[in-house]
Design a protein. Structure first.
Length: 384
């Protein structure tokens, strides 16, 4: 092989090593920083009252399961459930009325909202305003707390001075052998590793609205543009950082997670992802750069692989070029598979998830195609 070919191969190997170092570092931050989050704060008393805030739009299919899980919580201190019915047209109003009529030790508020803008920004603001608790815990109607200790674990960091707690929401893998479910699981792991890992490093930038909590007095009002129909949780974290909040705690253990039902079709999931990506341009510049770096490494590896391949064809050493490319991508892929296994074990995820890293090449292709179509098409926000 020529000197130019050796140089290109060495450069591709260095990029692969950089990718391995990056992903391994993020995995280490995720696992070893668990329960700590950003430093700061001082000891505080337990919340006097926790308000679980749920925004619902046409959630008749999911509400009975969520309500049953909330009624089964073993939290020792008082808590209330604040439900904002955001213009539901199905059986949701009737089901909520039935829940109100039942005798329960849980205080339940139901608020009807009409004519709100796309997304749940208006409903979220309404729920926060109506909440009586000094600590707010957010989830969605299509989520189910993973254990009766969910409220306890998601508010426990309050006594250590935490201003906000970022939790994890895994997809309910109802058909884990299905390729769509496996890709959704892998995507959730990658997203969680990123925002939890960077929080442990001291750079919180987002959370998931399906599972996070905050002191009511710290909840930012008007975070993000009014016409943005997604990312209320992400932009709230961004606003908290700008306001000087320095103590973000995290909860990754299984009992503190909330399992969500993700779209059952490829088109539905792609639409959801494109909606979520509209929030990224509103992140702080530093966060955008940190999130862009691994993507730039991936793009550089692909481009350089094509250069190596073309050089191999022109030099008559195609087999050497294929070996170099295969080793670079194969080694980085195997390390990622191992990293994902470590993450799922740390989170006590289902055993069937432990080896989901093998679908990483398919996820990369799907994500690239979805991102490309998002740039070429206009999404109707009224459908969000």
């Amino acid at each position: 092989m020529s000197e130019a070919g050796l140089f290109l191969g060495l450069l591709l190997g260095l990029l692969a090593a950089l990718k391995i170092a990056w992903t391994t570092r993020m995995t280490s931050l995720f696992i070893h920083g668990a329960g700590e989050g950003s430093k700061g704060g001082s000891d505080d008393p337990l919340p006097q009252l926790v308000s679980v805030v749920v925004c619902i739009r046409n959630g008749a299919q999911d509400w009975p399961h969520l309500w049953s899980a909330l009624c089964g919580q073993t939290y020792d201190s008082p808590f209330e459930v604040v439900v904002v019915d955001d213009g539901s047209t199905d059986e949701t109003p009737r089901l909520l009325a039935e829940a109100l009529a039942l005798e329960s030790t849980i205080q339940l508020q139901v608020i009807r909202l009409e004519g709100s803008s796309p997304g749940k920004k208006d409903a979220l603001a309404c729920g926060v305003e109506a909440a009586h608790g000094d600590w707010l815990l957010f989830t969605d109607v299509d989520c189910i707390p993973a254990s009766p200790r969910w409220i306890e674990l998601m508010t426990a960091p309050a006594v250590k001075g935490a201003g906000a707690v970022l939790g994890i929401s895994w997809p309910r893998a109802e058909n884990p052998s299905n390729m769509l479910s496996r890709l959704q699981i892998l995507d959730a792991i990658m997203v969680a590793r990123s925002y939890i890992g960077w929080t442990h490093k001291g750079y919180p930038y987002m959370g998931v609205g399906r599972n996070w909590s905050i002191k009511k007095e710290r909840f930012p009002k008007g975070a993000g543009p009014d016409d943005l129909a997604s990312g209320d949780d992400d932009l709230a974290v961004q606003a908290l950082v700008r306001s000087g909040e320095s103590h973000f705690a995290t909860v990754i253990e299984r009992a503190g997670q909330a399992d969500t039902r993700l779209p059952a079709t490829w088109s539905g999931w792609a639409r959801q992802k494109r909606r979520h990506w509209t929030t990224a341009p509103h992140y702080a510049r530093g966060d955008q750069w940190r999130l862009l770096q691994p993507k730039l490494i991936n793009v550089a590896m692909v481009v350089l692989s094509l250069v190596v391949l073309i050089h191999g064809i022109q030099s008559g050493v195609l087999h050497n070029a294929l070996w170099i490319i295969g080793c670079a991508f194969g080694c980085s892929w195997l390390v990622e598979v191992r990293n994902f296994r470590f993450i799922t074990k740390a989170c006590q995820a289902p055993v069937s998830w432990w080896n989901c890293g093998w679908v990483l090449p398919m996820w990369s292709f799907w994500a690239a195609c979805t991102a490309w179509t998002a740039m070429l098409s206009r999404t109707n926000r009224a459908d969000w």
